[in-house]
Write a protein that binds this ligand. Structure first.
Ligand SMILES: [Ca+2]
Ligand SMILES: [Ca+2]
Length: 233
């Protein structure tokens, strides 16, 4: 959540508080209170602030291109599906260059031979070049596959290579397996504010029942994004 969002939320909470106060004084404007109590709004705000805004692993390198920020993570035993899930859990997506400038920004981050990217191929295609989409399912408007790629390894499309990776040597792409652990790095991209490093006694973790990382605080305290730290309840 950015500062503007926090300011807007604060304004809503203030308006709600004012309505409740007026309600106590016998006024009739309790519309907002009817829809959601102040406690419920506060709980919802804190939940929103805590989700999807941090990364549990520091990126190896970072850069920007236009409004996008890119984080390069070194892989241990991740495959392309793991990398996709990780980027989503920290509030971004696997890097999906949409121009030569963005492709160059991603290439500038690479420190190992291969790095997973976001483009992937829908299943059931007849040819190796068909059905390539961005992580949101929209067909690619830009690609930088090497000559002879995508080839599904042997030129016959049978779903073996339906994910993509960038070659460090020249920034070109190759289609690769989504499930094989290949020791590749991966780059996540963020269209808005990138995730932060949790500070002030907080830890970046996925809360029980959640799906995205957020700064979590020990019992008896809560995370305050304005100071990036835990403070007592
Ligand atoms: Ca394929
Ligand atoms: Ca290939």
């Amino acid at each position: 959540m950015n500062n503007r969002s926090i300011a807007a939320l604060s304004a809503i909470l203030l308006a709600s508080t004012a309505s409740l106060a007026l309600g106590c004084m016998g006024e009739v404007d309790d519309t907002i209170a009817d829809e959601m109590t102040a406690d419920e709004m506060t709980a919802e705000a804190e939940q929103a602030i805590g989700g999807g805004s941090c990364t549990p692993t520091d990126p190896q390198r970072t850069t920007t291109s236009g409004p996008k920020t890119y984080f390069n993570f070194a892989a241990s035993d991740a495959n392309a599906n793991d990398a996709k899930a990780f980027c989503a859990a920290i509030g971004g997506q696997l890097a999906t260059p949409m121009s030569s400038a963005e492709n160059g920004a991603v290439k500038s981050l690479l420190v190992d031979q291969r790095t997973f990217l976001g483009p992937r191929q829908l299943s059931g295609q007849a040819v190796t070049s068909a059905g390539w989409v961005m992580p949101n399912g929209v067909p690619l408007s830009y690609s930088a596959f090497s000559s002879g790629e995508p080839n599904d390894s042997d030129g016959i499309e049978d779903g073996y290579q339906d994910c993509s990776a960038m070659n460090q040597s020249d920034g070109s792409w190759d289609d690769v397996s989504c499930t094989n652990t290949q020791g590749y790095d991966w780059v996540c991209e963020f269209g808005g504010p990138p995730p932060i490093h949790c500070g002030g006694g907080s830890t970046c973790a996925i809360p029980p029942g959640g799906s995205t990382y957020g700064c979590q605080c020990p019992a008896g305290s809560r995370f305050d994004p304005n100071i990036n730290a835990c403070r007592p309840n």
